[in-house]
Design a protein around this ligand. Sequence first.
Ligand SMILES: [Zn+2]
Ligand SMILES: [Zn+2]
Ligand SMILES: [Zn+2]
Ligand SMILES: [Zn+2]
Length: 544
Amino acid sequence: MTTGGSSPSHYTQLSNTGRTDNIVATNTNSPALPPFYKPDGGPQAQQITSPGAANNTDIDHGTDSMHLVGTQISINKQKCIVKGRVNCGPEELYALESDKPLSGYDGLCPKCRKNHVHFDDPSRGYYMSVKNAHDIVNKQKLDNERLKGRKDIPQLTNIVDNLPPLDQPILGKNKGIEGDSNSCYMDATIFCMFAYNNVFDKLLHMEVKTEPLKILQKVLRETIVHVLRDKKNGFVQRDALFHLRLQLSEATHDPSFKEMEKDPSEFLRAFETLFQYAPLKTISPDQPPKPDEANITTNIIWEMFDANPHRLPSTNIASIFRNSLSEIPAKLATIPPFLVLVAPRHTRSQRSYRYIIPDREITLDNSIVQLVCLKCQKTNHDPETSKDFYFCNECHEKESATVTTNATITCYCTNCLSDMHKHLAGSIHTHHTKRVSSDKIKLNLFAVLCIETSHYVAFVKCQKRNPLQHEWLFFDSMSDRMYDEQNVPLVDSVPDFDKWIDDAEKDKDDFFNWLDDRRGKRQPTSQTFNENSMRQLRLFRDGA
Ligand SMILES: [Zn+2]
Ligand SMILES: [Zn+2]
Ligand SMILES: [Zn+2]
Ligand SMILES: [Zn+2]
């Protein structure tokens, strides 16, 4: 796995919308459900806002729900009536009748040369794949929406002063980020990264060189993150997201960021490339890092893989993470400031596991972390060396001038430490040594980004300062819709979050069978699958 190497794959899923066509090919194209982890840390202070009722509708960005038959659409600036939707072999086609004769068309099906529908004038009749037609119509809809009354960047709510992440939940409807057409992948990711967390704040403040990057960073920082963190506000308007997407397209030269529903991995990889920010460093076992770090692999996210040879229905994040490290094989060269773990898929249409439990804590023990002796360059994965490594305040001070790479944890092997200390005699008392403990480094879960029914939502932990406790929140940038076009974002409390994970961990098979059962039975979603069960399903299911 190398820097910038995302692995796109397409997949199909069962839609959960209760509509008649329930196979939806999503336009998301890589794995879902990244849980986010960070080391233990302290938060800040303030008070609670009123909770809002959840009335979550399923949003399906697939296009099978489109009903075009009988309507007029415009293809290549030519008006066409959609005369019918037909199946020809495996193809799904629309029969279209243009308002002007088309040269070279005879109204016959291009696949089978038969007459599937009656055209008033066969020379104006032709066929187009359902998917292409939907793509064209969707794109036109988006473009129209885009042109309607957008605010310019200077007109957006803008907060220049740095604000720390929230330490009290801001709950309710119209809180969080207002979805902008198909922006949910970005809304949910940004909410995970910034609303209640500062582990990604480096991206907001680092020095960037080019003008497009400066604008991108400023839009993100001042019109989105700070507004999200403003206790009197906590609501980001969709026009801010619109501009972020424009700027991201500009900076990456990839227009799909402003047009398509992409996935969180692509979004994070774009930041990795643009901001050269990839703090997750891995290395082959038993290799000391080269001075130029040429043998260090860097990433902003960790796209896990796991073929699941035993066809288990479920697993937990920590075991996939450990397995995918040992498959490569690779070790962590440093303790990362955060871990973004992306759930695996093994083919384009198949997820590796039906359900994945996000561990609330991941221990980075020495079996996955590589310790390297500053003196002799031996590692803790060298079969010859003792597994014990040490820090020494004084020796490290002296030695640090010789350290040429920061892709290593600075410590000494047992032999080198005792060698160095052998001749110290009187001054030994100033040398304070500490064994590098193997289970002290724990990363805590702070967010889970989920996809189910081709729509991204997030669970985010609000770490409170006083008293020191946490609360889990659910965020959906499109929880409801007003006037059929404006999205209603929702932040809601999830009091049972910990219990759900406890239950899943305690009795995996029963629990997931129960979820399977609920999922299998639901027809009209609202009746058999209430909002709470739906959230529970979203949290664990590696859907698409
Ligand atoms: Zn045909
Ligand atoms: Zn050594
Ligand atoms: Zn020492
Ligand atoms: Zn969505």
